[in-house]
Write a protein that binds this ligand. Sequence first.
Ligand SMILES: Nc1ncnc2c1ncn2[C@@H]1O[C@H](COP(=O)(O)OP(=O)(O)O)[C@@H](O)[C@H]1O
Ligand SMILES: [Mg+2]
Length: 428
Amino acid sequence: MSNFFTDDTSSIPEVDSSPEVEEASPATPTPVAPSSRTFDSAGVNVVVIDPDEFARKRILAQMGDDVSSFAGPEELIPFLNGEPIVLILGPSCAADDSLSNIEQLLHKHREIGAILVVEELTTNLLQQALRSGVKDVLAAPVDGGQLTEAIARVTPGLATPAAATPDDLPVFESDGDVAHVVTVFSTKGGAGKSVIATNLGVALAQRSEKPVCLVDADLQFGDIAVMLKLAPQHTIVDAVSSLDRLDPSLIQSLLITHESSGLKILPAPLEPAFADQIGAAEMVQIIEVLKSFCSYVIVDTPAYFNDVVLGMIEISDDVLLVAGMDIPNIKNVKIGLQTLRLLNTPMEKLRLVLNRANSKVKLDVTEVERTLQMSADILVPSDIVVPQSVNRGVPVVQSSKRSGVAKAIEEMADIFCPEGASTRRSRR
Ligand SMILES: Nc1ncnc2c1ncn2[C@@H]1O[C@H](COP(=O)(O)OP(=O)(O)O)[C@@H](O)[C@H]1O
Ligand SMILES: [Mg+2]
């Protein structure tokens, strides 16, 4: 097995910050001049963790004196202050019990990222480490340059302390009324959920005085932010990591605003890996906070049932079931409907949206309704303006107001917020 970091122990420099290590390890090499390599931590705090002092010393030797080290993750906890930290885990941390401690820490603290250095990289170990939430695994020997690069890769995904809401942005308080929650769901990918969720969100935001929020609960592959041409600074991951103190003002600081409509968006995690760590209970808590100050909360979902989707359907007032007009779509929606019935979902909150519904597709709406034993609430035609609008990042209800698709979406918005009954929102 290769030696950790380098097989040539004579090149290991002395580390002033841990003189006791010299006494602790009989294998400590003869001190030599410090490494001339410069270590750049990209401005993030870096902490080395390994129960074995000798292993810690070897990592520190590659990084410079200003990097702290601890024997275990529990020793780090008193020093956590919400600022991003990258942990460099030494080879002893690859043991099962150490990894499960690390997993708990990473699950609780989204501001912490971890890189594991192992003596021998196996597929098993890599899988195990990634499942525990470790972001990168490096095989020894590694040097300061490799560590710098790994730290730079990990840092952008770390949660930062929630930015304070700027003074010029109004913070909406609860007025006692709670929002109407609408989940957009389909058991088929590409059915048009995200297109419908974004356009409905924008249409409602343009009608509503109070904020309207669109939550991207397609946690692995959510693309609401892309569809609205937004570059989010915060995502659901930040909301989950602040869950114990989440209130209307904190969550408002995490939402990104679609300026031209006023729609607020809580984007999906930027990396699919985070999805596993977010459960229904956390999502429900987030929606409850949003409900307290919004008029509508629209939830976009992935194309399958998971506990988050079931949680969202359960707390929704309405569920828009989107079906494309082709046989596989209808088959999957039929299966989805059966599942929802088995789960005792009240059928009265389901509304069927037939997307790409026009005569050219050679599938008769009445036939589809008969198959699904449900009548369609809204028919959205197929139109080239949809992919065009997706690619431009401008929703159809704004870019092609007179199209059949925009009219169908406005009709959908009428169900929840009749135009006459609302005050058009002033630009905020
Ligand atoms: N009514 C429509 N007419 C034409 N194209 C559509 C229509 N609805 C959706 N699309 C196209 O299908 C693609 C997939 O839609 P999307 O909303 O991302 O599906 P989902 O979220 O269900 O996976 C979109 O990029 C869009 O170009
Ligand atoms: Mg989608």
